[in-house]
Write a protein that binds this ligand. Structure first.
Ligand SMILES: [Zn+2]
Length: 356
């Protein structure tokens, strides 16, 4: 007895990826079609970022609840559970971050709880870049969110390094800050030939994604090998044990991201404007560009087997849980980030606010 009645079932086949969608309740006011379109669109965004979708098959369970919007999601290897308001609109689905975030989790091996800051931070960071590359968000929107939210990832008084302080803010935005710093630095060192995107394509292809258990050191060694740098190794050594407070305001300014008049303006005459443009530019599918092996060599069969092996609810240790918390519990964080971000008070940075 599954405890619920399977009221609807949709099968999508997208670029060779089989997606089975289970609707736990079939009482969506707009019907299932907008939700299926949302799933297709999100799958395409993530496939474009990684060069191919991280798994060859995927099961998605859609649980409807009262209200509108997307309530949150949880991801296991080969399985994503979503909570969607029965009054959700097509516009809300088009503007949604949750599903791209959840699908991004599929591309990274399980790195364990002490490094959940990397799995969550990477999903946060990739969601913004991948949606921008696909035309689903603007550059200004992505950087506006970064400028509002990322300062929350700064260590607070008493915090240790990323491996030791597991608050919401350090996990989601401290992790995203690590990814942002890594991405910029890889671009700088390689003259914009490589970036975090190339590194994570290599990790996804080599590992098979979330069905694998990898120590973070193996993830970073694989990522660095793909870019011919030691950026991940070096940044991890700096930030894992000790609190590090990079000058984000200065970095955004160098990238040509300026907060003025209540919104983000992009400047192409900034010293690292070419890095910003390279990060945000679509890469195409080019597996060869990232020096990857042939797609079918990537061990995805194992991921499928794992997904089919049993009730995902029993595999709670693999869940990338708590993503609903991304937009929650932010009052404290707002106060804290204002304290570490004097530029906000000076009007050259936005005051932190919840994402809308
Ligand atoms: Zn997540």
């Amino acid at each position: 007895m599954k405890g619920f009645l399977l009221a609807g079932l949709g099968m999508l086949s997208l670029d060779g990826v089989t997606v089975q969608v289970d609707f736990r309740d079939n009482n969506l006011r707009g019907g299932t079609e907008p939700v299926l379109q949302w799933i297709k669109r999100s799958e395409g965004i993530v496939a474009a970022y990684y060069g191919r979708f991280p798994t060859s098959s995927l099961r998605i369970q859609v649980i409807t609840e009262a209200g509108s919007g997307v309530g949150g999601g949880t991801t296991w290897a080969g399985f994503i559970r979503l909570r969607v308001g029965r009054d959700v609109s097509s516009a809300q689905l088009k503007d949604d971050w949750v599903l791209v975030h959840e699908m991004a989790h599929l591309a990274l091996p399980d790195v364990g709880e002490n490094q959940s800051w990397f799995s969550e931070g990477l999903a946060v960071y990739v969601e913004g870049i991948a949606r921008e590359q696909a035309g689903n968000r603007t550059q200004e929107d992505v950087f506006s969110e970064q400028m509002k939210q990322m300062p929350r990832g700064m260590p607070q008084p008493g915090d240790a390094g990323l491996d030791h302080t597991h608050t919401w803010a350090r996990t989601y935005w401290g992790g995203a800050m690590f990814c942002f710093l890594a991405d910029v630095e890889i671009h700088r060192r390689t003259g914009n030939r490589k970036g975090l995107q190339d590194a994570m394509r290599a990790v996804a292809a080599t590992s098979g994604g979330l069905s694998a258990d990898w120590p973070i050191t193996k993830v970073f060694a694989t990522a660095d090998a793909a870019t011919g740098t030691k950026v991940f190794e070096e940044l991890y050594a700096q930030m894992k044990d000790k609190p590090v407070t990079p000058d984000l305001h200065d970095l955004w300014a160098k990238l040509g991201v300026v907060w003025e008049g209540g919104s983000v303006t992009l400047r192409d005459d900034a010293p690292l404007a070419d890095v910003r443009r390279a990060i945000m530019h679509p890469r195409g599918s080019g597996a060869t560009r990232a020096g990857l092996a042939a797609p079918e060599a990537a061990g995805h069969a194992a991921a499928v087997d794992h997904a089919a092996a049993g009730d995902p609810a029993a595999a709670g240790d693999r869940a990338a849980a708590g993503d609903q918390a991304r937009t929650g519990d932010q009052a404290d964080a707002a106060d804290q980030s204002a304290a570490v971000n004097p530029a906000a008070a000076a009007g050259t940075m936005p005051a932190p606010a919840s994402r809308t």
